[in-house]
Write a protein that binds this ligand. Structure first.
Ligand SMILES: Nc1nc2c(ncn2[C@@H]2O[C@H](COP(=O)(O)OP(=O)(O)OP(=O)(O)O)[C@@H](O)[C@H]2O)c(=O)[nH]1
Ligand SMILES: [Mg+2]
Length: 457
């Protein structure tokens, strides 16, 4: 049985354009038979990289469509194999007929992500780049598009490669030392090795930070609105989403269901989640709303706890929400004092006992800009937008795995003066990093990545 990491020699085909009607629809064919199949449908010899205007027909000569056929010879094509694109008219039935004809000429239907999988297996791109193809297509904000394009061009892979090379040099140096055991102690204690381990750790730390931002860029930042009833949570949601998404009313306890909206906050993709106000209530529906609100704390990267600005001090979570404070993630929480139009205050932001506070008015809009800036800085987003790339959680996990190995190796060096153990940690760190670009990959990993792609990609 073939596995994902084997290149199957057969020829695959799929409709590469989205389902539905459109000006143009493309059937993509990849594999050794692609050129012959193209020739059979068009009754033409397809010259490399030339657009041929021709009729597409079935074997019995019945016409199907009229369009452009292009032959991209391997290994310089997207998949690295011979590829033929038949660009016809974008109607679902036309595409079905064309695809059926391609299949009867010898191709088989491609599985999800199979074109990209072949591109990876043929060395046309590494794993992080293949993932960026999917991320570019799925991007939900302009910044995410640019970030995915950067990853696709290999910017993220290059950063990983830089770390891989540094650790490789260091490992060679340490392993060389072990070939001269008499000199090993001197060699390892000359400070050079430790200095290089530390430099590597520093590089990895900064890469992890950028990668975590890349994950936010891809997935969006999830911001949870909690707080007092009637504080203006739903009003803030509506303001940020620029739509009348949640019911706003002067009656306390208006919101019960969780209301979510995806917004683009100055290029930062944000999912904002409005919830029921936190208060003791005999109403079972409201109680359920509060339960649902608190249940979202785990997933949120930032929790905005909103109170009425007229609420007297102390403004600490324990004092304001004695019953719920324990359920709130203190390290990810910001206190929002809304309605400063009623207290005649100027908008402001400061930190009190580690809790960031923003005073604003949703009604007048004063201070809302401060909140936007606060959110962006709280997650370290957007300091160097021109350097951002998209990334996935699995990349962060691999980088953190490598970092843990480096820390362990550093300890073995400083505490045990054991060079051979450090070399072992460096090797393990390398295996972690190699998973990102796919220099080392498993069936399970490839399956997880490519099966989430859509067909024709
Ligand atoms: N003066 C003033 N009123 C505001 C402000 N923001 C919201 N309000 C009013 O406060 C009331 C409650 O607003 P909502 O947005 O429904 O508050 P909420 O926190 O969602 O309330 P619940 O869903 O009941 O928990 C409404 O009458 C709003 O118009 C503000 O900045 N200033
Ligand atoms: Mg509400």
């Amino acid at each position: 049985m073939s596995t994902l990491s084997d290149l199957e020699g057969d020829t695959i085909a799929a409709v590469a354009t989205p389902p539905g009607r459109g000006g143009i629809g493309i059937v993509r064919v990849s594999g050794a038979e692609a050129r012959n199949i193209g020739a059979r449908l068009t009754r033409r010899t397809l010259e490399p990289r030339r657009a041929h205007h021709c009729a597409f027909g079935s074997a019995d000569g019945a016409p199907i469509d009229d369009g452009i056929a292009i032959f991209f010879p391997g290994p310089g094509s997207f998949t690295g194999e011979d590829v033929v694109e038949l660009q016809g008219h974008g109607g679902p039935l036309v595409m079905d007929l064309l695809l059926a004809e391609v299949v009867s000429a010898g191709a088989r239907l491609a599985r999800p992500g199979e074109f990209s999988l072949r591109a990876f297996l043929n060395g046309r791109m590494d794993l992080a780049q293949a993932e960026a193809v999917a991320d570019l297509i799925d991007a939900s904000s302009q910044a995410a598009v640019r970030g995915a394009a950067r990853s696709l061009r290999g910017e993220f892979s290059r950063r990983v490669e830089e770390v891989v090379e540094l650790q490789f040099d260091l490992r060679s140096y340490v392993e060389a030392a072990m070939d001269f055991p008499d000199e090993e102690i001197d060699f390892l204690s000359d400070g050079q090795v430790l200095g290089r381990v530390d430099a590597l750790i520093e590089k990895l730390d900064s890469l992890i930070e950028n990668t975590e931002q890349g994950v936010i860029l891809r997935e969006g930042l999830s911001v949870l609105l909690l707080g007092q009833v009637n504080a203006g949570k739903s009003s803030l949601l509506n303001l940020l989403a620029q739509e009348d998404a949640a019911i706003v009313n002067e009656l306390p306890g208006t919101t019960r269901d969780v209301v979510e909206r995806h917004i683009d906050l100055d290029g930062l993709p944000v999912k904002i989640i409005d919830t029921a106000g936190l208060r003791e209530s005999p109403d079972v529906v409201e109680q359920e709303g509060i339960r649902r609100a608190l249940a979202r704390c785990d997933e949120a990267q930032r929790v905005l706890v909103m109170i009425d600005a007229r609420t007297v001090e102390p403004w600490t979570l324990d004092a304001l929400f004695p019953r719920y404070a324990a359920a709130l993630p203190a390290d990810r929480t910001t206190l929002i004092r809304n309605k400063i139009d009623l207290t005649d205050e100027a908008p402001a932001t400061w930190t009190c006992e580690g809790l960031p506070i923003v005073s604003l008015s949703v009604l007048t809009g004063a201070g809302v800009e401060l909140l936007r800036e606060h959110l962006a800085t709280a997650v370290g987003f957007g300091e160097h937008p021109e350097q951002m790339f998209v990334a996935r959680r699995r990349h962060v996990e691999a980088l953190k795995g490598a970092l843990a190995e480096l820390h362990a190796g550093r300890e073995r060096l400083t505490v045990d003066a054991a060079g051979e153990l450090l070399a072992e940690n460096l090797r393990a760190a390398n295996d972690q990093l190699a998973q990102i670009t796919g220099a080392v990959s498993t069936e399970e990993l490839l399956g997880r990545i490519f099966q989430s792609f859509c067909i024709g990609k």
